[in-house]
Design a protein around this ligand. Structure first.
Ligand SMILES: [Zn+2]
Length: 235
Protein backbone atom coordinates (compact mmCIF):
# COMPACT_ATOMS: atom_id res chain seq x y z
CA UNK A 1 0.00 0.00 0.00
CA UNK A 2 1.22 3.50 -0.68
CA UNK A 3 0.28 6.86 0.69
CA UNK A 4 -2.25 8.70 -1.44
CA UNK A 5 0.13 11.51 -2.34
CA UNK A 6 -2.45 13.19 -4.57
CA UNK A 7 -4.39 14.26 -1.52
CA UNK A 8 -1.57 16.50 -0.38
CA UNK A 9 -1.55 20.16 -1.31
CA UNK A 10 1.47 21.64 -3.00
CA UNK A 11 3.48 24.19 -1.02
CA UNK A 12 2.54 27.89 -1.36
CA UNK A 13 3.07 29.21 -4.89
CA UNK A 14 6.04 31.40 -4.02
CA UNK A 15 8.01 28.36 -2.92
CA UNK A 16 7.13 26.21 -5.92
CA UNK A 17 9.87 27.61 -8.14
CA UNK A 18 12.48 26.75 -5.51
CA UNK A 19 10.99 23.34 -4.87
CA UNK A 20 11.01 22.58 -8.59
CA UNK A 21 14.61 23.71 -8.89
CA UNK A 22 15.62 21.33 -6.09
CA UNK A 23 13.62 18.53 -7.70
CA UNK A 24 15.27 19.11 -11.07
CA UNK A 25 18.74 18.95 -9.60
CA UNK A 26 17.88 15.81 -7.63
CA UNK A 27 16.55 14.24 -10.78
CA UNK A 28 19.74 15.13 -12.62
CA UNK A 29 21.83 13.53 -9.87
CA UNK A 30 19.64 10.45 -9.66
CA UNK A 31 19.83 9.94 -13.44
CA UNK A 32 23.60 10.48 -13.37
CA UNK A 33 23.95 7.65 -10.88
CA UNK A 34 21.55 5.45 -12.86
CA UNK A 35 19.43 4.74 -9.80
CA UNK A 36 15.69 4.24 -9.77
CA UNK A 37 15.23 6.25 -6.60
CA UNK A 38 17.39 8.88 -4.96
CA UNK A 39 19.77 7.35 -2.42
CA UNK A 40 19.21 8.27 1.22
CA UNK A 41 20.51 10.17 2.94
CA UNK A 42 20.93 12.48 -0.07
CA UNK A 43 24.71 12.61 -0.71
CA UNK A 44 24.74 16.39 -0.96
CA UNK A 45 28.49 16.93 -0.51
CA UNK A 46 29.36 14.42 -3.18
CA UNK A 47 26.73 15.64 -5.64
CA UNK A 48 27.79 19.30 -5.29
CA UNK A 49 31.05 18.29 -6.98
CA UNK A 50 29.75 15.68 -9.35
CA UNK A 51 27.49 15.76 -11.28
CA UNK A 52 26.60 19.34 -10.31
CA UNK A 53 30.12 20.45 -11.12
CA UNK A 54 30.83 23.02 -8.41
CA UNK A 55 34.07 23.37 -6.50
CA UNK A 56 33.57 22.25 -2.93
CA UNK A 57 35.81 22.62 0.09
CA UNK A 58 35.69 22.05 3.81
CA UNK A 59 38.16 24.37 5.48
CA UNK A 60 38.97 26.97 8.09
CA UNK A 61 36.93 30.02 7.04
CA UNK A 62 38.09 32.36 9.80
CA UNK A 63 39.91 34.48 7.16
CA UNK A 64 36.47 35.64 6.00
CA UNK A 65 35.56 36.88 9.48
CA UNK A 66 34.75 35.53 12.91
CA UNK A 67 32.07 32.88 12.94
CA UNK A 68 31.79 32.47 9.16
CA UNK A 69 30.51 28.95 8.56
CA UNK A 70 29.78 28.97 4.85
CA UNK A 71 30.81 30.85 1.70
CA UNK A 72 29.52 30.85 -1.84
CA UNK A 73 31.47 32.39 -4.73
CA UNK A 74 29.04 32.56 -7.61
CA UNK A 75 31.46 33.38 -10.45
CA UNK A 76 34.05 30.86 -9.29
CA UNK A 77 31.30 28.25 -8.85
CA UNK A 78 32.76 27.50 -5.45
CA UNK A 79 31.15 26.49 -2.16
CA UNK A 80 33.12 26.39 1.08
CA UNK A 81 31.85 25.07 4.38
CA UNK A 82 33.65 25.55 7.67
CA UNK A 83 35.60 22.62 9.08
CA UNK A 84 34.27 23.69 12.49
CA UNK A 85 30.96 22.02 11.70
CA UNK A 86 32.29 19.02 9.77
CA UNK A 87 31.17 16.48 12.35
CA UNK A 88 28.17 18.48 13.37
CA UNK A 89 24.56 17.53 12.59
CA UNK A 90 24.18 20.91 10.84
CA UNK A 91 26.83 20.21 8.22
CA UNK A 92 24.64 18.62 5.56
CA UNK A 93 21.98 21.29 5.92
CA UNK A 94 24.65 23.95 5.51
CA UNK A 95 25.97 22.30 2.33
CA UNK A 96 22.47 22.18 0.83
CA UNK A 97 21.77 25.76 1.94
CA UNK A 98 24.92 27.01 0.18
CA UNK A 99 24.01 25.03 -2.91
CA UNK A 100 20.68 26.87 -2.76
CA UNK A 101 22.44 30.27 -2.86
CA UNK A 102 24.50 29.05 -5.78
CA UNK A 103 21.59 27.95 -7.94
CA UNK A 104 19.03 30.57 -6.87
CA UNK A 105 20.90 33.79 -6.24
CA UNK A 106 23.34 34.40 -9.06
CA UNK A 107 21.50 37.64 -9.85
CA UNK A 108 21.42 38.84 -6.23
CA UNK A 109 25.08 38.94 -5.35
CA UNK A 110 28.51 37.66 -6.17
CA UNK A 111 29.42 36.14 -2.86
CA UNK A 112 27.58 34.97 0.20
CA UNK A 113 29.47 34.73 3.48
CA UNK A 114 27.45 33.78 6.43
CA UNK A 115 27.55 32.92 10.04
CA UNK A 116 25.24 32.07 12.86
CA UNK A 117 21.92 30.35 12.44
CA UNK A 118 22.11 27.23 10.34
CA UNK A 119 18.66 25.86 10.78
CA UNK A 120 15.49 26.79 8.91
CA UNK A 121 13.55 29.84 9.94
CA UNK A 122 15.56 32.94 9.01
CA UNK A 123 13.74 36.23 8.44
CA UNK A 124 16.00 37.36 5.60
CA UNK A 125 14.45 36.58 2.22
CA UNK A 126 17.51 35.11 0.44
CA UNK A 127 18.28 33.05 3.54
CA UNK A 128 14.71 31.78 3.70
CA UNK A 129 14.94 30.85 0.03
CA UNK A 130 18.22 28.99 0.55
CA UNK A 131 16.63 27.19 3.52
CA UNK A 132 13.65 26.26 1.36
CA UNK A 133 15.97 24.87 -1.24
CA UNK A 134 17.89 22.91 1.40
CA UNK A 135 14.80 21.21 2.85
CA UNK A 136 13.57 20.43 -0.66
CA UNK A 137 16.91 18.98 -1.66
CA UNK A 138 17.54 16.94 1.50
CA UNK A 139 13.93 15.84 2.01
CA UNK A 140 12.15 15.56 -1.34
CA UNK A 141 8.42 15.37 -0.66
CA UNK A 142 7.78 12.26 -2.69
CA UNK A 143 10.56 10.39 -0.94
CA UNK A 144 9.47 11.68 2.46
CA UNK A 145 5.98 10.28 1.94
CA UNK A 146 7.31 6.99 0.59
CA UNK A 147 9.55 6.63 3.64
CA UNK A 148 6.67 7.44 5.96
CA UNK A 149 4.70 4.73 4.20
CA UNK A 150 7.59 2.26 4.58
CA UNK A 151 8.02 2.98 8.27
CA UNK A 152 4.31 2.36 8.84
CA UNK A 153 4.51 -0.93 6.89
CA UNK A 154 7.75 -2.00 8.61
CA UNK A 155 5.98 -1.69 11.95
CA UNK A 156 2.95 -3.61 10.73
CA UNK A 157 0.69 -0.63 11.30
CA UNK A 158 -2.43 0.02 9.27
CA UNK A 159 -1.75 2.95 6.97
CA UNK A 160 -5.20 4.45 6.95
CA UNK A 161 -5.63 4.23 10.73
CA UNK A 162 -2.14 5.54 11.33
CA UNK A 163 -2.73 8.52 9.03
CA UNK A 164 -5.93 9.28 10.86
CA UNK A 165 -4.20 9.00 14.22
CA UNK A 166 -1.13 11.10 13.43
CA UNK A 167 -3.07 14.06 12.10
CA UNK A 168 -4.83 14.46 15.45
CA UNK A 169 -3.41 15.68 18.76
CA UNK A 170 -4.11 12.54 20.78
CA UNK A 171 -1.59 10.82 23.01
CA UNK A 172 -1.32 8.10 20.38
CA UNK A 173 -0.44 10.66 17.73
CA UNK A 174 2.15 12.30 19.99
CA UNK A 175 3.75 8.94 20.73
CA UNK A 176 3.81 7.87 17.10
CA UNK A 177 5.47 11.12 16.06
CA UNK A 178 7.97 11.41 18.91
CA UNK A 179 8.93 7.78 19.41
CA UNK A 180 8.72 6.39 15.91
CA UNK A 181 8.15 8.65 12.93
CA UNK A 182 10.37 11.63 13.70
CA UNK A 183 13.42 9.69 14.98
CA UNK A 184 13.16 7.25 12.08
CA UNK A 185 12.75 9.95 9.42
CA UNK A 186 15.66 11.93 10.93
CA UNK A 187 17.79 8.80 10.72
CA UNK A 188 16.83 7.93 7.16
CA UNK A 189 17.30 11.46 5.81
CA UNK A 190 20.16 12.36 8.16
CA UNK A 191 18.66 15.73 9.04
CA UNK A 192 18.09 17.48 12.34
CA UNK A 193 14.77 17.22 14.08
CA UNK A 194 14.25 20.94 13.53
CA UNK A 195 14.78 20.68 9.77
CA UNK A 196 12.48 17.67 9.53
CA UNK A 197 9.71 19.32 11.54
CA UNK A 198 10.01 22.45 9.36
CA UNK A 199 9.47 20.23 6.32
CA UNK A 200 6.65 18.14 7.78
CA UNK A 201 4.75 21.19 8.96
CA UNK A 202 4.12 22.35 5.41
CA UNK A 203 2.59 19.07 4.26
CA UNK A 204 -1.17 19.53 4.28
CA UNK A 205 -4.18 17.69 3.06
CA UNK A 206 -6.40 19.37 0.51
CA UNK A 207 -8.78 20.50 3.25
CA UNK A 208 -5.88 22.40 4.83
CA UNK A 209 -5.34 19.97 7.71
CA UNK A 210 -1.68 19.55 8.57
CA UNK A 211 -0.07 16.10 8.43
CA UNK A 212 1.92 16.98 11.56
CA UNK A 213 -0.35 18.80 14.04
CA UNK A 214 0.93 22.25 15.00
CA UNK A 215 1.05 21.63 18.75
CA UNK A 216 3.06 18.42 18.36
CA UNK A 217 5.37 20.22 15.91
CA UNK A 218 6.15 22.94 18.47
CA UNK A 219 6.71 20.36 21.20
CA UNK A 220 9.11 18.45 18.97
CA UNK A 221 11.14 21.57 18.24
CA UNK A 222 11.06 22.75 21.86
CA UNK A 223 12.38 19.47 23.15
CA UNK A 224 15.68 19.84 21.30
CA UNK A 225 17.50 17.68 18.82
CA UNK A 226 16.57 14.18 17.87
CA UNK A 227 18.93 11.49 19.12
CA UNK A 228 21.96 11.56 16.88
CA UNK A 229 21.41 9.33 13.89
CA UNK A 230 24.46 10.26 11.88
CA UNK A 231 26.63 7.31 12.78
CA UNK A 232 24.02 4.69 12.00
CA UNK A 233 22.84 6.22 8.76
CA UNK A 234 26.23 6.73 7.13
CA UNK A 235 26.88 4.36 4.29
ZN1 LIG B 1 22.69 31.68 3.47
Amino acid sequence: MTLPTNVFRRPPVKWCRIEEKAERLLEECRAFEGKERVPLPIPVERWIERPLDYQFGIEDLSRFGPGVLGCVFIDEREILVSDRIRTDGRFRFKCAHELGHMVLHAGKGKNFHERGELEPGSDIEVEREADRFAVGFLMPNVELLLQLDEIVSDHALDLEQTLLAITGESTESRQLWTRLLVPELCRRFDVSRQALVYRLEEIRFRDGKQLLPKRIASELVRHGSAPSARASSRH
